[in-house]
Ligand binder design. Structure first.
Ligand code: NAD
Length: 259
């Protein structure tokens, strides 16, 4: 199926590795120009080279820390300078630290809000005028399954990503008349460098930790970044033009409620 992404311009956050890399690679395979961001320059440049070589697409790397307003302005500014506008924004980055909710002080909460919520608001604010000018656009937020099915120790993420879901639902209404769509994906366990670190972090052998997580998943396996990228590509493409305001888990069946 042709997703009609040729000539589209997409900004993808946190794209030097993991889920963001796979999303950028998939959109590039579909013919989009991708502007990719991450904090560290060298891995970002290496990823940009690899995506360009493997897909033939135009890839523009912008090293920036999404936790600051100036970085958000720089990413969108570079995109507007080098391309004709923005059609697609994928909000994706890191995550705040784990720990019991009550163990975090105000400074930790402020950092979490800056990272997970304010970065999303700032990026959306920056891209909407261009999307409006172009007659529409698509925004996609990557959060986590914990935002809809909380997990102890994940409180900073649960609270801030629940806010992102509320923001997205509101914006889906406010931006619909401009044909700007906004959707949210909640990944389950996805095999990325981040998850590999989790496997290796405790006293238990990494293989045992991985086997335990697999046993929790009804489909019996850890997901791949491509599992996420496949749905992102559909949702942000013209093929997904009637889908907005959704919150969808991609988790092998982990989410257990009926809603
Ligand atoms: P990862 O650590 O493998 O990759 C994260 C990417 O984001 C890297 O390119 C990193 O450089 C970049 N990044 C991090 N902080 C940034 C910042 N402040 N500014 C700019 N770039 C930044 O992570 P991943 O596993 O691909 O996860 C991506 C997102 O999905 C995270 O928010 C994570 O919490 C969420 N998520 C992951 C899983 C999983 O199992 N891997 C599950 C649910 C949700």
């Amino acid at each position: 199926m042709d997703l009609h992404l040729k000539d589209k311009i997409a900004i993808v956050g946190g794209a030097s590795q993991g889920i963001g890399y796979s999303i950028a690679h998939t959109l590039a395979m579909e013919g989009a120009t991708v502007v990719i961001t991450a904090r560290r320059k060298e891995p970002l440049l290496a990823s940009a080279r690899r995506i360009a070589e493997e897909t033939g697409a135009r890839v523009i790397p912008v090293a920036a820390d999404l936790r600051t307003e100036s970085a958000c302005q720089e990413i969108v500014g570079r995109t507007l300078d080098e391309c004709s506008g923005v059609d697609i924004l994928v909000n994706n980055a890191g995550a705040p630290p784990l720990g019991p909710v009550l163990s975090f002080d105000d400074a930790a909460w402020e950092r979490a809000v800056e990272q997970n919520l304010l970065s999303v608001i700032r990026m959306i604010r920056q891209v909407v005028p261009s999307m409006e000018q172009r007659g529409g656009g698509s925004i996609l937020n990557i959060t986590a399954i914990s935002a809809i099915q909380p997990i102890p120790q994940f409180g900073l993420s649960v609270a801030t990503w629940s806010a992102v879901i509320g923001l997205a639902k509101t914006l889906a209404l406010e931006l619909a008349a401009k044909q700007i769509k906004i959707n949210t994906i909640c990944p389950g366990y996805i095999n990325t460098p981040r998850l590999q670190k989790v496997f290796a972090a405790g006293d238990e052998p990494a293989d045992d930790v991985q086997a335990k997580l697999c046993a929790e998943v009804p489909l019996g396996r850890i997901g791949t970044p491509q599992d996420i990228a496949n749905l992102v590509a559909l949702l942000v493409s013209p093929r997904g033009s009637y889908i907005t305001g959704t919150t969808t888990q991609v988790d092998g069946g982990l989410f257990r409620a009926t809603r």
